[in-house]
Design a protein around this ligand. Structure first.
Ligand SMILES: Nc1nc2c(ncn2[C@@H]2O[C@H](COP(=O)(O)OP(=O)(O)O)[C@@H](O)[C@H]2O)c(=O)[nH]1
Ligand SMILES: [Mg+2]
Length: 389
């Protein structure tokens, strides 16, 4: 399963975002280091379920909207110089190791300083925070490489030794291949066999960009001064109100509103059941959603998976006529896969044995066999035929 991590300095709303996205418990309070351990939960990527288009009801979607699970980690706050171990730093950088992509929460309202302490709204420039996480991660990677550098150089004396492979092995935990190392070397315009410190830092920045794509999210947009929002808009930031999303999910649980995470708006079910405070709270959220196309929480998770990680949703079935598994459950599974994946890749994702015994695949919509090299498309429904059962 894909893993996303929420990172950023303390107090920008990571735990609120985590709770909203997972509806699981996490400490929420207005001071640094409330979250001592990383919190692990399950969030969901939104997609349109194919069942409606087929004239079926699958029972796995809500009004035709399907939510596909991904792991979400709430990483405790990072402060400047975390890579030197400041403020529980390295421990948290270590948690980021497990993530396929990072949702970088910044406080778009500018009401927390660079260390995460509360300050007056608009007095801190959130753009500084966007650069800071990349820098900390780059220096963290640099620290790891530096520790191994002398040994790598010694080994590189041997003609049979590949420095690219050696470096990729140092970063095994980051999923870096020798090709990635070559790629980063080229992008940093350096030669790894004779590189100075500056070049090495540039190289590490490329390693970070390759292994940990990052989506900056400007949270607390509901309390952000309008001028600040305008400045930030040009950076392509995804704006969010995590607190707003959390309130909406609670209102859904209480039966007050109808809302599917990711909707651009909600509707009130029973106007007369709302207290004046609830009504005005919802009105405020509605106007923020109106300005931003939603609360931004679901949009951030979706962008991280679909845009940053370039994934699609594919539905494996066992019966291509009923679009079901062998027990008649319609569209029982939805798998996230890297764009460019083939039916064989899907077979392996279903089960290693199914993959090993892969014979051929059928497109359930057309009932036609598809080529082994066929590139799966978002929304494909595929029957795998395998020697393994
Ligand atoms: N106004 C507003 N406050 C928020 C929002 N998200 C979080 N907060 C508040 O910001 C403070 C810090 O939130 P928390 O989630 O604990 O931040 P963390 O340290 O990054 O995990 C809390 O008081 C939250 O209620 C938001 O979207 N809007
Ligand atoms: Mg927290």
């Amino acid at each position: 399963m894909i893993t996303l991590a929420l990172a950023g300095k303390p107090n920008c709303g990571k735990s609120t975002f985590f709770r909203a996205a997972t509806m699981a418990h996490a400490e929420i309070a207005n001071y640094p280091f409330t979250t001592i351990d990383a919190n692990f939960g399950v969030a969901y990527v939104r997609t349109e379920c194919p069942c409606r288009g087929l004239g079926l009801r699958c029972g796995n979607c809500a009004d035709g909207i399907r939510y596909v699970p991904v792991n979400l980690i709430d990483v405790a706050g990072l402060v400047p110089d975390a890579h030197k171990g400041k403020g529980l730093g390295n421990q948290f950088l270590d948690h980021l190791r497990q993530a396929d992509a990072i949702i970088h929460i910044v406080d778009a309202s500018g009401s927390t300083d660079s260390e995460g302490n509360p300050v007056e709204a608009g007095s801190h420039d959130p753009r500084e925070d966007i650069a800071f996480l990349t820098f900390e991660m780059t220096m963290w990677v640099y620290g790891i490489l530096d520790k191994h550098w002398a040994k790598l150089q010694r080994q590189a004396q041997s003609r049979t030794y590949s420095l690219h492979r050696g470096i990729s092995e140092v970063f095994t935990g980051l999923g870096i291949t020798p090709e990635d190392v070559q790629d980063a070397e080229r992008k940093a315009s350096i030669d790894l066999s004779r590189v100075d410190q500056d070049g090495m830092v540039r190289f590490c920045a490329e390693i970070v960009a390759i292994s940990k794509p990052m989506l900056p999210v400007g949270n607390r947009v509901d309390m952000a001064p309008p001028a600040l929002v305008e400045n930030l808009r040009s950076t392509g930031l995804t704006f969010a109100t995590a607190a707003g999303e959390l309130a909406l999910r609670n209102a859904v649980s209480a039966g007050l509103i109808s809302y599917h995470p990711g909707d651009p708006a909600f509707s009130i079910i029973k106007e007369e059941a709302l207290s004046p405070a609830q009504r005005s709270g919802l009105q405020k959220i509605a106007s923020v959603m109106n300005a931003n196309g939603g609360t931004g929480v679901q949009q951030a998770v979706d962008r991280a998976v679909y845009t940053l990680l370039d994934m699609i949703v594919v539905y494996p079935v066992e019966d291509e006529h009923k679009f079901s598994d062998s027990q008649g459950r319609v569209l029982p599974d939805a798998f996230l896969m890297k764009r460019g994946s083939t039916p064989r890749d899907l077979a392996f994702q279903v089960h290693t044995d199914i993959g090993k015994g892969f014979l051929y695949a059928v497109d359930a919509r057309t009932k036609m066999r598809v080529k082994d090299t066929h590139e799966l498309k978002n929304g494909d429904i595929i029957r795998i035929v395998s020697a393994a059962k």
